[in-house]
Design a protein. Sequence first.
Lengths: 348, 348
Amino acid sequence: MQLKKPEQIGHPFSSETAPVESSIDIEHAARVLDGHSRLTPVHTSSYLNHVCDADVFLKCENFQRTGSFKFRGAFHALSRLPSNTCKNGVLTYSSGNHAQALSHAGAILGIPIIVVMPVDAPVIKKQATEEYGAEIIFYDKSETTREILAAEISTKRGLPVIPPYNHVDVIAGQGTVCKEFHTQIEELDYLLAPCGGGGLLSGCAIATKHVNPDCRVIGVEPAAADDATRSFHSGTIQTVHNPDTVADGARTPYLGHITFPIIRQYVDDMVTVSEASIISAMAIVWERLKIVIEPTGALALAALIEKKVAASGARVGVVVSGGNVDIRAVSSLFERLPNGDFSARSSQ
Amino acid sequence: MQLKKPEQIGHPFSSETAPVESSIDIEHAARVLDGHSRLTPVHTSSYLNHVCDADVFLKCENFQRTGSFKFRGAFHALSRLPSNTCKNGVLTYSSGNHAQALSHAGAILGIPIIVVMPVDAPVIKKQATEEYGAEIIFYDKSETTREILAAEISTKRGLPVIPPYNHVDVIAGQGTVCKEFHTQIEELDYLLAPCGGGGLLSGCAIATKHVNPDCRVIGVEPAAADDATRSFHSGTIQTVHNPDTVADGARTPYLGHITFPIIRQYVDDMVTVSEASIISAMAIVWERLKIVIEPTGALALAALIEKKVAASGARVGVVVSGGNVDIRAVSSLFERLPNGDFSARSSQ
């Protein structure tokens, strides 16, 4: 397996080499999160089973605190920082779910959070992050990158950084999604999870193979942002730039130097799905299962509906990563759907 | 209490007088529904508690089979019909949730269902009812009423009728919503439920007062379809005609001669809410609680948010009646909302 060095792929914060599994302590994360993260429900639907020709189980992290799985990794990573290192606060860069998750975790743990965010991030994201009490530092994307700016601020203000995915404690936290899932639903044949920077996928892959080595782990990306799929198959980290996908959580330009080797080792396959199938899968879940999931949260289900995974008759676990949407914005996506794609009734 | 005779308010199917409570057998309904209806979850949200200045518990019948509480009453009423009376099928008139619920109950119990529906009912409602295997008889609203047509067909084909709400077994079935709710959440100070024809409200009121006589039961209607509120306060059944409200489940023109006296006896108050607050409450639940509810399902919560009920500091049970929506149609409603009314993050 060819693994590029971090420098080659632009990670300014780390010179670690690929970790051994033992540094991803999912058991520890589960203990830390006990009483803080929610045990999210698993939803099923006879309609979905029919459409997918499989027994489908949706692990609903849209019901997690702050509306996505990101709370798990953020809270775990933050709680592991030695208290003397974070007295001035902790820094991150994200305009999405990780920013909100870390901000909320900081509020709970009494640690100030500083978020580097592009000045043109959606107002709704800024508001949500501010509501959780974080300080936001805006930057102009045409002048610098978030990683470079964060590194500068980190040095200047003496702030440790918790990045969105390329961090062993973040990955361990995300892994608790599947540690929990396998206790709720046993003997899964497949585990499908979306992939952006790979924090969720790598944590879930380790947790799954630990519990059930025969369960096939499949990562899913938008075809328009297929860097991880190309990386997986080529053996070197590939990139995308400003991909045009509705799945904003999967716009991440590349896997991390920590997540990439884990995905190569523990994930069985990576597949991609079209924009139309992401929107259609999301609409089916909203209308039939009566739950709000975000486009990124629909990725794994889209792969199943699109028959990108040969799971006929199998027991398939699907990780729904989150449910944070501006419903006014997402609603306009549904207008793209052909009539009769799905209908207004329940799943039974 | 003045109670008009059925003839005066146009109910062609019944000459019963107001029932005594004993004919509404919620205990029996609960036994019949055991293993058939879903024990629907109760959702909470610290954001909602903050907005409402109360401890708010949402009983989520959007997760019920067929997407609304209607399954309970339909299944119970259908299961109580003597088998020799329904060998040719059972008739109802509804273009909404009751039609789908009865059709699905019929499919489970092996009883053919015939639904009288206006020819201009939404395609999505026709499709959903047909998918459950019911026969649909269309009629032209300019030529006859659904009640008259159903009475004619009932006589001609020898079919018993299960109407949407004015039926003791339907009411008993709907009452199981609150029988269940009070076992999940104890010591509620208030119970709020939406009101269309009053089947849900009357069943829930009986169930609530049986368990907890001190719990105040409040019915909620759209201001644009306030017939039940006027009936409640005036003591005679009032009507509305083709009310212009997004809450399609509350467009029912009048209470039934069975539901009205129950509501007068067991309900403590009736309040109305604006269209804007229905849409806003629905949007908050979609975005913050990540669950899809229909406009009628948002009525009771809208009353709480609008402070139409003096429930500051109280424990308030809110019945969310259903989640059947055409998301493309409902999404356009959200465009009416002012910016900043709610934001894209989770409830904690």
